[in-house]
Design a protein around this ligand. Structure first.
Ligand code: ATP
Ligand code: MG
Length: 391
């Protein structure tokens, strides 16, 4: 029997799309192909599935690892592709039969030239499996294992059983672009992952206070962005020199308002960079009540410094354990855990205000001499890094 292993991909939520489904599919296929850069294979698109075929079998695990991270796919199965004939189907299906327990064969038949219908083929193949192993029994309603047989019009059939979950969500690039405020902590990479999962392309902005923060701290952020590219695709990372501004905050502003004002200036710069670079939203890793700068009042005062763009805070209702679990899953945990200081930890006030007052914040911020100039300078001297998905 001539047979080969192929990978069958099923897409997820875009199934619900109407007339514009094709646009989403186009992007999804583009992203799948991008994720498989460097691999030789054939891509086949049918009405509601895709197949990856003709790859070297030793690359199968690698291919699965890559495509399970492409947003927009729901699940995949490794299938056996054979030339359709009853004998070949019988021989192939034994490879999927369990050793014991219950099973069911489910057949879909697009090839109408066969003399049996789907039900009859399922019954024939189920009977054949039973004839080979008396420890098995058929359960049509709650089988322990379902074996699927898909008989296509083109003379080929696919047999598969187990499903592997993919990343779900929407294809990256179908929901515009967002500017992620990316620190070295646990939260912001997870926030970027969450928005990319809804189809946003991700750009990042990071503020550093060199020489108060080290090169290592910046490398940590570059490495985090690198991990994210497996899900988000390539990321443009804007690295902003924040030292002068932080020093000025330290010099001119009330100590307990320092973090509040720092946050306001961060989002102001982020919004300007976002608009310049055609991003439609800011994204942060804030989670309600996690720290003093993430109370409702603090968020109100920070948000006031953003003029037009929406600020997406996908972690706002998540608790730290859930966030850490996701960080583990997307492999950013080990990097975020490294001890390098963030610019927020430089000049840290002992008692940051928990319920800041907007008017006080505005007044304190206005004390900073030539702040507008410093902001302009920070934007003009921004360093832009292209973080590519390294496979
Ligand atoms: P994280 O774990 O993401 O660092 P956190 O719990 O440490 O978050 P904060 O430090 O208060 O919380 O930061 C809140 C959000 O502000 C971060 O999630 C991130 O989006 C943004 N942010 C903080 N520091 C920086 C920075 N140095 N550069 C860019 N964005 C930052
Ligand atoms: Mg932080």
């Amino acid at each position: 029997m001539e047979s080969k292993k192929v990978i069958l991909l099923r897409y997820g939520e875009i199934f619900l799309k109407g007339k514009n489904r094709n646009l989403f599919e186009k992007k999804l296929i583009e992203n799948i192909k991008k994720s498989l850069t460097g691999v030789n294979y054939t891509f086949i698109r049918t009405q509601n599935r895709y197949y990856i075929e003709d790859y070297e079998e030793c690359l199968q695990e690698e291919i699965i690892d890559r495509v399970t991270k492409v947003f927009g796919l729901h699940s995949l199965s490794v299938a056996l592709k054979i030339k359709t004939s009853y004998d070949a189907l019988k021989e192939a299906i034994l490879q999927f039969a369990p050793e014991k327990g219950t099973f069911r064969v489910s057949t879909k038949r697009a090839d109408k030239s066969l003399d049996k219908n789907s039900m009859q083929i399922s019954a024939m193949l189920g009977g054949y499996i039973l004839s080979q192993n008396s420890q098995l029994s058929v359960d049509l309603y709650y089988p322990q294992k379902e074996i699927n047989v898909d008989i296509r019009e083109n003379g080929y059939s696919y047999i598969f059983s187990d499903k592997i979950d993919c990343a779900q969500g929407m294809p990256v690039g179908t929901a515009g672009r967002g500017m992620l405020l990316l620190s070295g902590g646990f939260d912001s990479p997870v926030a970027g992952y969450r928005m990319a999962r809804r189809g946003m392309q991700i750009y990042g902005v990071h503020y550093h206070s060199y020489p108060h923060t080290s090169e290592m701290a910046q490398q940590k952020v570059i490495d985090l962005a690198g991990k994210l590219t497996k899900y988000c695709g390539d990321i443009k990372l804007f690295v902003v020199k924040f030292t002068d501004i932080q020093q000025a905050i330290h010099e001119y502003c009330r100590e307990d308002y320092m973090i509040t004002i720092m946050r306001r200036i961060m989002v102001e710069i982020a919004e300007k960079l976002a608009i310049e670079n055609k991003c439609g939203a800011l994204i942060t890793g804030e989670s309600l009540a996690q720290v003093a700068s993430q109370t409702t009042r603090s968020i109100t005062v920070t948000n006031d410094a953003v003029k037009t763009l929406p600020v997406f805070r996908p972690l706002i209702g998540m608790d730290k354990y859930e966030i850490m679990d996701t960080a583990e899953k997307i492999d950013t945990y080990a990097i975020s855990q490294l001890p390098y200081e963030d610019c927020c930890t430089v000049f840290l006030p002992k008692n940051p205000v928990i319920k800041p007052d907007l008017q006080i914040a505005i007044k304190e911020q206005a004390r900073i001499k030539s702040l507008d100039k410093m902001i302009e300078e920070a934007i003009n001297t921004v360093e832009i890094l292209d973080i590519k998905c390294e496979l």
